[in-house]
Design a protein around this ligand. Structure first.
Ligand SMILES: *Cc1c(COP(=O)(O)O)cnc(C)c1O
Length: 345
């Protein structure tokens, strides 16, 4: 078989959710936007619903509609982008809960679907999504008389516990939501780890569920095994790959494996990232191409039929470092060509 095998451990995702739930004082939700951070929104959310999760979060109404088909009626499906102009049908037909981001969205939702539940997203300093304090002040009384299910905001710097933005946003959120009737939510993975003050009634972990930083105790979730297509010996001084960017400094054995930047293995990893044959490290030799990697396997006693690029020895965050990015981007870039296998479905 010529494609990589992506193994997604739903037992590990469930364990990570329970661990974050133990750290949280209120309810623990789950963020499954971007196809569950590349791991499969339907599979992840169905498993977490069985673990007891009742509140899910997605980025768009389209994602919410697909998730409702997977989950069936019951769990709340909250949409961060709120109620966009063309979302009314999806919100109504799939019982989605938009997080209203502006007075315009609030007016649209209350007019189009007067009885449909909604949340409100507040901006507490990130300046990305959410109502500013004056808009919230002006519309709060009206919004609190309807089926308001959640008031939320998002932290910009929660992965850095020492950052002064954290306390500033906590103070702003506390002030803006004082006396509010609905449940409150401020924290994603990073905010949960900042402690009880940041947790309010509902938390929204994403990346920590999928084994990523800043949740250092997370169990790894993904293994990516890439098949070896061909092995050759390269003489001292010969070069490998596009632009001849790797030159053999010794007699070198090169394994060509099936996966490349079209599968989310970012080209910036060229000549830098490592693959694993069990515990043995093998370095990329040359450029990442669209469908192939070339790997220095000279020091392996035997070349296996697969090499791992994500495994317990190399987490998404460690691979991200070789790619100049973050674990989130490694996860959400995981290619669609891989054969996906689930543990614990
Ligand atoms: C993506 C997102 C989350 C989840 O964040 P993680 O850092 O992955 O835990 C929570 N809330 C909002 C508003 C988000 O956009």
């Amino acid at each position: 078989m010529g494609t990589g095998i992506l193994t997604i451990d739903l037992d590990a995702i469930a364990a990570n959710w329970r661990a974050l739930a133990r750290l949280s004082r209120g309810e623990t939700g789950a963020v499954v936007k971007a196809n569950g951070y590349g791991c499969g929104a339907a599979e992840v959310a169905s498993r977490l619903a069985r673990e007891g999760a009742r509140s899910f979060f997605v980025a768009t109404a389209e994602e919410g509609a697909a998730l409702r088909k997977a989950l069936g009626p019951g769990p709340a499906i909250n949409v961060f982008s709120g109620h966009m102009a063309s979302d009314t049908g999806l919100i109504r037909d799939h019982a989605l809960t938009p997080m209203l981001n502006s007075p315009e969205q609030a007016a649209r939702h209350r007019t189009a679907l007067p009885d449909a539940p909604y949340g409100v997203q507040l901006d507490t300093g990130m300046n990305r999504l959410g109502m500013e304090a004056p808009d919230w002040g002006a519309s709060r009384a009206g919004l609190e008389t309807g089926p308001l299910t959640l008031v939320m905001s998002h932290l910009a710097c929660a992965d850095d516990p020492a950052h002064p933005m954290n306390a500033a946003q906590l103070a702003a959120f506390t002030k803006m939501t004082a006396g509010v009737s609905a449940p409150r939510s401020l924290s994603a993975t990073g905010g949960i780890l900042l402690g009880a003050d940041y947790q309010f009634d509902l938390t929204r972990p994403g990346v920590g569920l999928y084994g990523g930083q800043p949740f250092a105790q997370a169990r790894p979730v993904v293994r990516l095994s890439l098949p070896v297509v061909q092995v050759r010996d390269v003489a001292f001084g010969e070069t490998v790959g596009y632009s001849a960017s790797f030159t053999a400094g010794r007699k070198t054995r090169i394994a060509t494996v099936s996966a490349g930047y079209a599968d989310g293995l970012i080209r910036y990893m060229s000549n830098t990232a490592q693959l694993y044959a069990n515990e043995n490290i093998c370095r990329l030799a040359g450029r990442v191409s669209m469908d192939l990697l070339t790997v220095d396997v000279t020091d392996l006693p035997e070349v296996p039929d697969h090499l791992d690029i994500l495994c317990p020895q190399q987490t998404v965050d460690q691979l991200a470092e070789a790619a100049g990015t973050i674990g989130y981007e490694i996860l959400t870039s995981l290619g669609r060509r891989y054969k996906r296998r689930y543990i614990g479905a």
